[in-house]
Each structure stands twice: as structure tokens, then as C-alpha cells.
Design a binder for this molecule. Structure first.
Ligand code: UDX
Length: 454
């Protein structure tokens, strides 16, 4: 068995993960393959297809040395005995489980390709988030081969966008799930070695946790569902704070000081977005339903319902603050990405809110330092003359009735808010849905202000 690695799928998972694996394992050759030529060309250019702080540097360091991007899936499967699979698993939009289950056709096609082209035994590592027990199905497809042996492992990815390189370089933990038989244990050890890095320079071995395959698959969904649930819980409390005069910042600070609760993921805001949380919670709901666990399904579903409610509530509060009519008023939306430091707009709360405001016939000027190209694609179906995408936040706010802050870009608190105030229609409102601006200062300037949970 050789030590070379190929990752099928050059997306948010494959690109950054393989770049760091190559950096930490200089004597292994690492290939990233994708059927999408444009994407591979971008990985080979100076303009990488995804924005991630620190990614450029790592790619520049290893690309062409021991990291290669190519569309030659067949050649790479033949060459490498360790195959990571990081293809996308979007929510299925048709048939059984539509809107909740994962669409596994890319995964299955990849498995069939591996079986078709392999000329030696392989370790196949699932990195995409997949429903529990997918590895068993994959193993069944792969092991129809007469002479070769494929061992399927689960190595879910926990990196968050915006901090992917940091998370990869010093992860809280790495999880590898594998079968309990001898071949399974050997395969797990191979993958542990990759993460330990050459001369154990990367992840300390005690942080590399091994489990059975199904636990590993479920842990990924479970971890994201627990985080999403914290966000929904704190947002549910923020609504109560708004109604009672309590302040969610204070409540969260004191709650978080209890070491049993901890301070992370207690920030109230417009709700969670991103590629993982909603998809994974819905997957969990679907799994519970499949096993007849109705109450468990309802429980997790409520995490999503709360998130939707938080976005509807932002629009309702804005509506009241603008004297119960938004039609024809100009609203400057600051931030379209689902969080700061990424251009990613998948499931972004800003998108949901923009659509609701558009239905109210608002005029919208959307600004974002990284996400405008994605905003243009996402909103293509409603891009009539009433929506503008504007690079410059000052320009976006000009003549607006309200500024609605939807993403906590660090640029926003640093803007010259007196200048913005002067250029807006009066009374000028700032609705800070991320609680990231100095509200007291804004009120001194003359703004009316709204926040979440206070
Ligand atoms: C998440 C998980 O963190 C990661 O481990 C997993 O692999 C993929 O999903 P990501 O989607 O990149 O990563 O973003 P994350 O930083 O976790 O934020 C998710 C969403 O929750 C964002 O929209 C964020 O703004 C929101 N959030 C987060 C809050 O509203 N409040 C918080 O306190 C924390």
C-alpha cells in the first residue's frame, strides 16, 4: 500500500484540508480532483475558488511540490491507495426525504468510479457529511469488486468557514471512525499517521479520537445540531429579553460564566446560516423519523423553526420601526455573507431577510466586502430594479431610511457613522442584528437604534 493521497471533490472541504495535509506531510504526494475543470483551474491560479484566511499562503507553499489539482480522477484513483471523498452532499430536493435528506448521488457515483478504476486495495475515507450508515452502503458498493479490498472509514470535518486553516492546523480533535476488524484497525492507524503529521509535528495523538464508523458519522450531525441548538436557544431567549427589558448580552455573559454551560455559541443574532447547520439538523430530523422517533424528530425540527422565526421577527420589528410601511423605503443591508470573514452565502440569514423585505416592496442596497458575487447569483430571480449590490457601504447608506446590519464584518463598527447619518433620510434608523456596533454612540449621533435581545 502506498502513502499517496487523493481527495475527490475540490470544494470547501477538499481544498483546505488537503493543502494542510500536504504541508504537514511533505513526503506524501496529495492530489485533489474534481470533475469541474473551471474549479480546478481556479485552484491552479492566483485566484483560488474560495476565500479563507491563510489558505493562499498554504497553497502557495505546497502546490506543485506535493499538492496537485487535476481533473484526472481515473489516473489519481489508480495512483493513490488512500482516497478521501469530499464531494458535496446538498439537501435532496426531490422524492423521498425531499428538503431534509442528503442527496447522495455524488457520493455513490464517486464510489462506483473508485471501484471501476482501482487496481489495488484502497482505504476510502468519507469526509463529506453523510447520513449515519452511509459508510456501510459504500462498503457494499465498493466490495462487489472480485479481487480488491476496500476499507471505508469516516473522518468527518469540523472546520468552520473563516477559520478553516486555523481549525485544521490546531483542531480541538480529529475523529476517525473505522471497522473493528484487523483491516479496519490498520486502516485507522494509516489515517491517524496522516493527522499526526511527519515526525508527529501536527495533531497530538491524544487529540485523534477513534470510534466505530457509525458513531463517527452520527457525531458530526450531533455536534452541529448541538451548536445550532445553542444558537436557537439564545435567540429564543433574545426574543424574551426584547419583551421584558432584560438584555441578552448580560444574560449570555452570566450564563456563559458557568463552566458547565461555557461562553461559546451564545451570541444572539439573526440566526445561524452556513452550509452545515440547517442541513445537518434536517438530516437528524429525517433520521429520527426514519426510525419512528417522532418526539426526537419534533425536538430537533424546532431548532430550525426557531431560526426561521428569528429572521421573520427582524423584518417585523423593522416594519414597526418604519411606521408600518416599508414599501418604497430604501434599506441598506450591511452584510450578505452568513458570517464575517467568508464570502459564503449558503443559507445566509441575510438572504431570507432580503427576500422578505423585497416582498414588502422595499428598495434594497446590499453591501458586503466578500459576498456580492454570490449575492448576485442567489438573488438572480428577484433582481428587478429595486435591488442594488453596492461595494461601498457609504454609497449603500446614502438616502436610506434604515441600515440593517446582518453580518458582523469588523469593518462596520469602524465606519464613520456621523458621515453615514448625514447622508441618510431622517429619522435615520440602524437595526444592528449582530449587536456589533456601539449603540450608545449611534444614538448620540442622532440615530434611532434597534438591537437583538435588548
Ligand atoms: C459549522 C461548525 O462550526 C463546523 O464545526 C462544521 O464543520 C460546519 O458548520 P460554519 O458553518 O462554518 O461551521 O460556521 P459557524 O462559525 O459554526 O457559524 C454558524 C452560524 O451560526 C453562523 O451563521 C453564525 O453567525 C451563527 N452563530 C454562531 C450565531 O448566531 N451565534 C453564535 O454564538 C455562534
Amino acid at each position: 500500500m502506498n502513502k499517496d493521497i487523493v481527495c475527490v471533490g475540490a470544494g470547501y472541504i477538499g481544498g483546505p484540508t488537503m493543502a494542510v495535509i500536504a504541508k504537514m506531510n511533505p513526503s506524501r504526494r496529495v492530489w485533489v480532483v474534481d470533475i469541474n475543470k473551471e474549479r480546478i483551474d481556479a485552484w491552479n491560479s492566483d485566484n483560488l475558488p474560495i476565500y479563507e484566511p491563510g489558505l493562499d499562503e498554504v497553497v502557495r507553499e505546497v502546490r506543485g511540490k506535493n499538492l496537485f489539482f487535476t481533473t484526472d480522477i481515473e489516473g489519481c484513483i489508480k495512483k493513490c491507495d488512500i482516497v478521501f471523498v469530499g464531494v458535496n452532499t446538498p439537501t435532496k430536493m426531490f422524492g423521498r426525504g425531499a428538503g431534509r435528506a442528503s442527496d447522495l448521488q455524488f457520493w455513490e457515483a464517486t464510489a462506483r468510479n473508485i471501484a471501476k478504476w482501482a487496481e489495488s486495495d484502497k482505504i476510502v475515507v468519507e469526509k463529506s457529511t453523510l447520513p449515519v450508515r452511509t459508510a456501510a452502503a459504500m462498503s457494499a458498493i465498493l466490495n462487489t469488486h472480485e479481487s480488491l479490498k476496500f476499507t471505508v472509514l469516516s473522518n468527518p470535518e469540523f472546520l468552520a468557514e473563516g477559520t478553516a486553516i486555523k481549525d485544521l492546523l490546531s483542531p480541538d480533535r480529529v475523529l476517525i471512525g473505522g471497522p473493528a476488524d484487523e483491516a479496519g484497525k490498520r486502516a485507522v492507524d494509516e489515517i491517524v499517521d496522516i493527522y499526526a503529521g511527519e515526525s508527529d509535528c501536527w495533531v497530538p495523538r491524544e487529540k485523534i479520537l477513534t470510534t466505530n464508523v457509525w458513531s463517527a458519522e452520527l457525531t458530526k450531525l450531533a455536534a452541529n445540531a448541538m451548536l445550532a441548538q445553542r444558537v436557537s436557544s439564545v435567540n429564543a431567549l433574545s426574543q424574551l429579553c426584547e419583551a421584558t427589558g432584560a438584555d441578552i448580552g448580560e444574560v449570555a455573559r452570566v450564563m456563559g460564566a458557568d463552566t458547565r454551560i461555557g461562553s461559546k455559541f451564545l451570541k444572539a443574532g439573526p440566526g445561524f446560516g452556513g452550509s452545515c447547520f440547517k442541513k445537518d439538523v434536517l438530516n437528524l430530523v429525517y433520521l429520527c423519523e426514519t426510525f419512528g422517533l417522532k418526539d426526537a424528530a419534533l425536538y430537533w425540527n424546532q431548532v430550525i423553526a426557531m431560526n426561521d422565526s428569528q429572521q421573520r421577527r427582524i423584518v417585523e420589528r423593522l416594519f414597526h420601526a418604519l411606521f408600518n410601511t416599508i414599501a418604497n423605503k430604501k434599506i441598506a443591508v450591511f452584510g450578505f455573507a452568513f458570517k464575517a470573514d467568508t464570502g459564503d452565502t449558503r443559507e445566509t440569514p441575510s438572504g431570507a431577510v432580503v427576500r422578505m423585505l423585497h416582498e414588502e416592496h422595499a428598495r434594497l442596497a446590499i453591501t458586503d466586502p466578500k459576498a456580492l458575487p454570490n449575492a448576485k447569483k442567489d438573488l438572480a430571480d428577484i433582481m428587478d430594479g429595486s435591488i442594488e449590490l453596492v461595494e461601498d457601504p457609504y454609497e449603500a447608506a446614502k438616502d436610506a431610511d434604515a441600515v440593517l446590519v446582518m453580518t458582523d464584518w469588523k469593518q462596520y463598527p469602524a465606519l464613520d457613522w456621523s458621515n453615514i447619518y448625514a447622508s441618510m433620510r431622517k429619522p435615520a434608523l440602524v437595526f444592528d442584528a449582530r449587536n456589533c456596533l456601539a449603540a450608545e454612540e449611534l444614538r448620540k449621533i442622532g440615530f434611532k437604534t434597534l438591537n437583538i435581545g435588548k
